[in-house]
Design a binder for this molecule. Structure first.
Ligand code: COA
Length: 333
């Protein structure tokens, strides 16, 4: 068996900053409510007329990650792309990356696991590397939320949370199994699929049906925020503990926890529960909102760029989201 090591990181967010005050001009909300409930001050939304999409932003982040890994796109053996906002219903964004980065005809898959998407993507790539099938895998998380949100007061409970962006990592095969990804832990619970969902358009409720029924707004995300919150704090804790126990580690071994940026209050709850200091938990939801499959990889990249993730550190990634799905990744950096 081999080990997989993250050898390159990159992220891209659109320049267009949307503050809470900007939102209060288009819907009945305010900076105080949003900051108090979520910690979010601003997010990036792709502006009208921009060419950015999930795949385009993913390619921009990927170029940075590949360069930082000291590789070229020709060295990549496989692509794993996590998103809930793909450019097309089909085919997926992974194959677009193959084309955009002028790569060889390598395989590409899309992962559809919402806020846990990047954790699932990393775990998938890790299996291909550990078994020796591939050497360098490009793992991307990207979301173009803003075009699919209800920007009226009716959608305010969901819309204020989400932001656009992308992040990418290059995962590389290593011989030293004491370093790199130590383990990954994945879970799902479909009983709560309807607690955070975009129901349409779907094959069950396709565009002609939607157009025939103007009252049907099930193409906007629906969320039972309180229920999601309550489940998130429990599952985050469980899956972090599961990862630590699997590796005979304890909370004291954690150097850096990067939680999915769902809500600053969820991150703070987890931080308090595990007794971690501010230096041991990285959050950037204040600037980017919840970027779903991109959030962990954007946060990991920013933490690394700031020198907060160092050689030999124990880094824990943890996610929870729609599905429900949740998971963790334990990394010896
Ligand atoms: N601005 C102002 N008021 C708002 C608002 C907004 N953006 N959104 C909702 N409200 C109002 C509601 O209409 C409600 O008013 P009412 O009491 O008069 O009916 C009130 O604020 C409380 O709404 P509620 O939805 O109960 O708020 P909440 O305290 O549960 O907070 C969330 C909402 C979304 C911030 C919170 O539930 C949450 O963060 N949940 C987890 C979400 C999450 O992490 N999602 C990502 C999954 S990974």
């Amino acid at each position: 068996m081999y080990s997989s090591k993250i050898t390159g990181l990159g992220f891209y967010v659109p320049d267009n900053v949307v503050t809470n005050d900007d939102l209060s001009k288009i819907m009945d909300t305010n900076d105080e409510w949003i900051q108090e409930r979520t910690g979010i001050k601003e997010r990036r939304w792709i502006p009208e007329g921009s060419d950015d999409t999930s795949a385009v932003m993913g390619a921009k982040a990927a170029k940075i990650a590949i360069e930082r890994a000291g590789l070229t796109s020709k060295d990549i053996d496989f692509i794993v792309f996590a998103t809930l906002s793909p450019d097309y219903f089909f085919p997926g964004c992974g194959i677009q990356i193959q084309e955009m980065l002028e790569m060889d005809t390598v395989g590409a898959i899309d992962i559809r696991n919402q806020c846990s998407g990047f954790v699932y993507a990393l775990s998938t790539a890790d299996q291909f590397i550990k078994t020796g099938m591939y050497k360098n895998i490009l793992v991307i998380g990207a979301e173009f939320h803003s075009n699919g949100l209800d920007k009226t007061t009716q959608g305010r409970g969901v819309t204020v949370i989400f932001g656009d962006g992308a992040g990418a990592a290059v995962l590389t095969r290593e011989e030293d199994t004491t370093k790199g990804i130590l383990s990954t832990h994945l879970h799902s619970q479909g009983a709560y699929a309807d607690k955070l969902i975009v129901e349409s358009p779907s094959i069950r409720n396709w565009v002609p049906e939607l157009m025939a029924n103007p009252k049907d707004t099930s193409y906007f995300p629906e969320m039972d925020g309180k229920f999601v919150f309550k489940n998130a704090v429990v599952r985050f804790s469980e899956v972090i503990n599961e990862g630590l126990e699997k590796n005979n580690l304890t909370v004291d071994d954690i150097d850096m926890l990067i939680p999915h940026q769902a809500n600053l209050r969820i991150s703070q709850f987890i931080q308090r529960k595990f007794g971690l200091s501010d230096d041991q938990v990285f959050n950037n939801i204040q600037k980017y909102g919840n970027t779903t499959a991109a959030s962990i990889i954007i946060a990991l990249t920013e933490a690394w760029e700031k020198g907060k993730v160092k050689d030999n550190n124990l880094v824990v990634l943890a996610a929870f989201g729609s599905g429900f799905t949740w998971g963790s990744v334990i990394i010896r950096w």
